[in-house]
Every structure is written in C-alpha cells, then in structure tokens.
Design a binder for this molecule. Sequence first.
Ligand SMILES: NC(=O)c1ccc[n+]([C@@H]2O[C@H](COP(=O)([O-])OP(=O)(O)OC[C@H]3O[C@@H](n4cnc5c(N)ncnc54)[C@H](OP(=O)(O)O)[C@@H]3O)[C@@H](O)[C@H]2O)c1
Length: 280
Amino acid sequence: MSGHILITGGTGNTGRRIAARLGELGVSARVASRAASGSDHVVFDWADPSTHAPALSGVDRVYLIAPGMVEDPSTLMLPFLERALASGVGRFVLLSSSAIPEGAPGLGTVDRFLRERAPGFAILKPSWFMQNFVEPRHPHAASLIGEGKVVTSTGAGRVGFVDADDIAEVAVRALVDETSHDTAHVITGPEALTYAEVAAILERVTGRPMRHEHVDDDEARRRLTAAGMPEPYAALLVGLDIAIRDGAEDRVTDTVLRVTGRAPRSFEAFARAHARVFRG
Ligand SMILES: NC(=O)c1ccc[n+]([C@@H]2O[C@H](COP(=O)([O-])OP(=O)(O)OC[C@H]3O[C@@H](n4cnc5c(N)ncnc54)[C@H](OP(=O)(O)O)[C@@H]3O)[C@@H](O)[C@H]2O)c1
C-alpha cells in the first residue's frame, strides 16, 4: 500500500488503537487531533479549514470521526470530504453508530455522501463501547467507580456492548484490505446485555457491590446536564436510552469474527481486564 492513512480523532478511543495497530503492521499513518504531539501527528480541527489541506497532504485513505458535541457534524464534515476527494483520497472509513440510520439528519448524511461519492468506503456502526464504563469522562464510569451504580432510563433494554479494540480491528481491516469493503458494518460484542446484567458481572468480577438504577427520562436528562453536559446533547443521549428500552439495540452481529477472523471480547473478559479500575 502506498501513501498515508490519516486518522482523525487519532488520540481518541478508537483512533489511538487504530494508529497503534497500523504501526504494528508497518502501515504509514498520520494521527490528527487539535493538539499535535509527535512527528507522525498533525494539527487538525474540524472547525478550522486552514488545518485541512496540510492534514490531507499525501493521504490516500482517511479514518473519520465526527466532531463531538456538535448538533449536526455534517456541516463541518462534508466540505472536508469534498476537499479530500479533490486531493485524491480513494477510501474513507467512517465511525458512525448502530443508532444512526443511513441518510438520517446529521451523521447519516455523511454515510450517504460516502456511499454516493467515495471511490471506496466503509461505514462502521458499532453498538455501545465497553470503554464507556472505564473512561473517566463518561457519566457511566464516573457513577460506577464513585457510587457503585450505573444510572440510565433504559429499563430492561439490551445493548450489544463492544470492545473498542474490536472496533479498531474492524477499522484497520477496512482501511488496509486490498479490496474496499464498500458496505456498512454493524459491530457488536458477543452478547446483548441489560445494564442490570452489566452491573451483576462487575459485582461478580470486582467483589464490590454494583447495581443498575433505572430512572425516568426527565431525571436521566437532569443528571446529565448537572454533570456539565450541554442540554441538546443530554436530550440526544436520553433519546438513545429510550431506543434501547424499546429494543433497538437488542442484537448481536458476526461482524468482528467475519471481518477480523477473531471472536469479539465478552463483557466478562473486559470486566476482568479492568477490574482494578472498578475497585477504585
Ligand atoms: N461511546 C459509545 O458508546 C459510542 C457508540 C457508538 C458510536 N460512538 C461514536 O464514536 C465517536 C467517538 O469516537 P472515539 O470514542 O474513538 O473518540 P473519543 O475518544 O471521543 O475522542 C475524540 C477524538 O476526536 C478529536 N477531536 C475532538 N474534537 C475535535 C475537533 N473539533 N477537531 C478535530 N479533532 C477533534 C479528539 O482529539 P482532540 O481533543 O485532541 O482534538 C480525539 O482524538 C462519536 O462519533 C460517537 O458517536 C460512540
């Protein structure tokens, strides 16, 4: 493979794993984020178009993560994608979400743009990340580690929680495989779990009491905004809880095994690997 891979969000959950894996494979990659910190890093800000051309120089494939906390990320992403196509990028791998249908307002329009315009593409639609429970910035991690409870309005709804390592491995295949995947991949772990089941696994693995607290939608939103989340984003997250409660995420797929050749990690294995974090 000639040329560079540009990894937007290259310091984040999936991006840093992809960068490390590409390094192991000897594939040339450039890590993009707002704070560059190494020779293979480049300053890149979705909101600052002057950073786009330097990031794209010599690049033929791009891993795309939407700018966070933005109501409609497509307004920042589509002009960048036009520029990337004009500069010769031939393949795009977009991190979307299992909860976002193609063509839906916002990131869904980026899916559609890539399907219609990109020479090669893959849309990654992961379910909820297992890392939400250990990322200190995430509200689930904060309440689990601090108070031994996870608070949602998901009721008994199930989620196919997936490890970011598995998502990154699918992304790497989509970036480096000789033939572009040209499809959407719904990515889950090996089982769909309720938050109560997640808490029970964590309690068993850590020996610390853990539980799920179901609250109504208004209370869930109030808690998120009290923790500093902007109101529209909190409303969006509560909308996702409602969808989970209604069964939208109750599924598992064979994507990780099919695309990478290895089985996805279970939540129990993830919990064992991170037990020390939960013990505080
Ligand atoms: N968590 C889940 O359960 C879940 C499930 C499905 C889909 N997703 C999707 O996953 C995505 C997040 O991916 P992730 O967890 O890998 O990333 P992440 O850990 O949230 O990190 C975000 C990355 O984007 C960079 N970034 C943030 N704002 C930027 C900006 N304005 N311009 C350029 N770079 C910027 C950050 O670096 P700097 O701050 O240094 O710029 C960082 O590298 C979201 O689109 C989310 O919808 C998440």
